[in-house]
Design a protein around this ligand. Structure first.
Ligand SMILES: [Zn+2]
Length: 188
């Protein structure tokens, strides 16, 4: 089953997202919808990967954006809470992407270590850093990860709508993710 929902028309936007800022994000970025130069206030928190290949088409002031390796917010909870509590957002777009370097990270140990040595580190220190942080930064399969991260944040912030999306670097499109699991867990 294809787990990505292509958003190429208004009717592709999952009903649960249509009225709020998640629908607006999909319209601005994928559908080329008209947008103000500047939003009145941010209504959305976007969590996305630090990867350089991605650029979102959104108005200024539209969203708080947290960028990390793999859109992994496990070490950014204070910042998420801040955007919700002080910033007042009630929606989170978690954006994984295809071809993410944080997926299958263990295979990149040697380039990581030699790269740091090249930048002035001692080899044992570089190895120690990689090995220490590997478990908390490896995301495994991008799709499975973003769905589990969305579920984790829904549990933490029950009144916040959390949507897992995937940015396809091949065509710069955002896709929604079809979630498996108990009824109601998937945006319809
Ligand atoms: Zn990435």
């Amino acid at each position: 089953m294809n787990r990505l929902i292509d958003i190429a028309a208004e009717s592709d936007i999952p009903a649960a997202y249509r009225a709020g800022p998640l629908g607006a994000l999909l319209r601005y970025h994928n559908l080329g919808a008209d947008m103000p130069k500047r939003a009145e206030k941010p209504e959305l928190l976007i969590g996305m990967c630090m990867d350089s290949r991605k650029h979102l088409r959104i108005p200024d002031n539209f969203a708080f954006i947290l960028r990390t390796g793999g859109a992994n917010l496990r070490q950014s909870e204070f910042r998420v809470s801040y955007a919700i509590a002080v910033g007042g957002v009630r929606a989170i777009a978690l954006i994984a992407h295809t071809n993410c370097g944080m997926s299958g990270l263990a295979a990149r140990r040697e380039p990581f270590v030699t790269g740091l040595v090249d930048a002035g580190w001692e080899r044992p220190e570089a190895e120690e850093q990689f090995d220490r942080f590997l478990p908390s930064h490896e995301i495994g399969n991008e799709l499975d990860f973003i769905v589990s991260e969305a579920r984790r944040l829904r549990t933490l912030y029950p009144k916040v709508v959390v949507a897992p999306f995937v940015y396809r670097v091949e065509d710069d499109h955002l896709c929604a993710v079809r979630e498996s699991g108990p009824p109601g867990s998937s945006p319809r």
